[in-house]
Ligand binder design. Structure first.
Ligand code: ZN
Length: 248
């Protein structure tokens, strides 16, 4: 594994203020590489700006369900009406180069250093299943060949570990780095940069240090008023502005 520290970010959801704050925080903490686990767009007001920013920033980017549906003319009947409306709005904001880049993103990736990245689960990633509980995690772990896999999609930072047949889930520790044991497999949910749903409004991400085998969960304050104001100004559903303040 390389010695550089990696910021793993996910579920930016067109929130440029949150993205900028996370990148600033990571750069101040000796991070040299950025990896994005998808859902760059959807929900908030700056899809084009976020795609442009991420394209220049990351060494690895993975496709999320919103990236997929905003760049493929597929039926949106399975989405809640609010989400479907925002996807239709987002499609109109993206430029051709944004669409081409988003549409070409992979569903998952394993690096030569032995780390796997996926948006939701390795159990049929193209079906966008969620890992909420140990049963979901077991289905995922059946496909995880590396010691560590990072994902997002639920917008809540948690860790699943597997030792033998036992799976344990715990909330993301906020009191400093966690050291990864060699005998266990880890599925690490990095939470959401642009629309946290665990009751904490601060932008969530993880700093991964392959050399030290540590992960550190970070929460970053950002200008929520600015991001929420842009949602309202764009004519997007007011609920999407409000949930930024509550982290729900
Ligand atoms: Zn998402």
């Amino acid at each position: 594994m390389s010695g550089s520290r990696i910021a793993v970010i996910s579920d930016i959801h067109s929130n440029l203020e949150a993205l900028q704050a996370v990148v600033d925080d990571a750069r101040g903490r000796d991070v040299s590489d950025f990896v994005c686990l998808g859902d760059i767009v959807g929900y908030n007001a700056n899809p084009h700006e976020c795609v442009e920013f991420i394209r220049k920033l990351v060494t690895v980017a993975i496709r999320g369900n919103h990236d997929h549906y905003c760049t493929h003319n597929e039926c949106l009947d399975d989405f809640q009406p609010t989400a479907a409306n925002v996807i239709a709005w987002t499609r109109r904001q993206l430029e051709p180069a944004d669409v081409a880049w988003l549409a070409g993103l992979p569903y998952s990736k394993t690096t030569p250093g032995g780390v796997t990245y996926v948006h939701g689960t390795l159990d049929s990633p193209e079906h966008w299943g969620y890992v909420f509980d140990n049963l979901d995690a077991a289905a995922h772990f059946a496909y995880q060949r590396t010691g560590v896999c990072f994902h997002g999609h639920t917008h809540a930072p948690v860790v699943f570990t597997k030792r033998g047949t036992e799976i344990v889930c715990y909330d993301a520790p906020t009191d400093g780095p966690v050291t990864l044991s060699l005998g266990e497999k880890y599925l690490v949910n990095v939470g959401s940069v642009g629309q946290p749903r665990d009751g904490e409004p601060g932008a969530s991400y993880v700093i991964f240090s392959p050399k030290d085998r540590t992960i550190e969960f970070r929460r970053v304050d950002y200008d929520i008023d600015a991001a929420a104001g842009k949602v309202l100004d764009a004519g997007l559903p007011p609920l999407l502005a409000e949930r930024l303040r509550t982290g729900r």
